[in-house]
Design a protein around this ligand. Structure first.
Ligand code: 5GP
Ligand code: ZN
Length: 115
């Protein structure tokens, strides 16, 4: 399915839950994490509902590549100049809390509250 009506990030995509948006196009949405670990902590998500990296297939190659290549541009626009961290949590042992693929991108001056 392209959207899951019970998924919190699908609801953010649909505008049913507000978010502090950083970027949006036909395929992707980026917004500030509600509980940031770092001075700048954004989530880059596909608009398509993909529950986790376990569900990713070759058909998602361009989409995931787009997420990775967009994020440096967004960090630059957000004024992050001294490096950042990419993180994707997968499944229970990966401590994934929201079952919709998301790329955490965290940066800004240390110390951070986590990570
Ligand atoms: P996970 O542990 O699944 O990799 O990370 C989920 C992230 O989503 C957490 O960092 C959490 O703070 C963030 N998050 C959860 N619900 C919301 C929400 O409603 N809005 C925003 N902006 N972030 C959320
Ligand atoms: Zn979803």
């Amino acid at each position: 399915m392209s959207q899951d009506p019970n998924c919190i990030f699908c609801k953010i995509v649909a505008g049913q839950i507000p978010s502090k948006k950083v970027y949006e196009d036909d395929d992707l949405l980026a917004f500030h994490d509600i509980h940031p670990w770092a001075p700048v902590h954004i989530l880059v998500i596909p608009k398509l509902h993909i529950a986790s990296m376990v569900d990713v297939g070759p058909e998602h190659q361009a989409l995931l590549g787009k997420m990775m290549t967009l994020s440096p541009r967004l960090m630059k626009e957000l004024g992050v100049t001294n490096g950042y961290r990419h993180l994707i949590n997968t499944g229970a042992d990966g401590r994934q809390e929201v079952p919709h693929v998301h790329l955490h991108v965290m940066g800004g001056p240390r110390p951070w509250s986590k990570g």
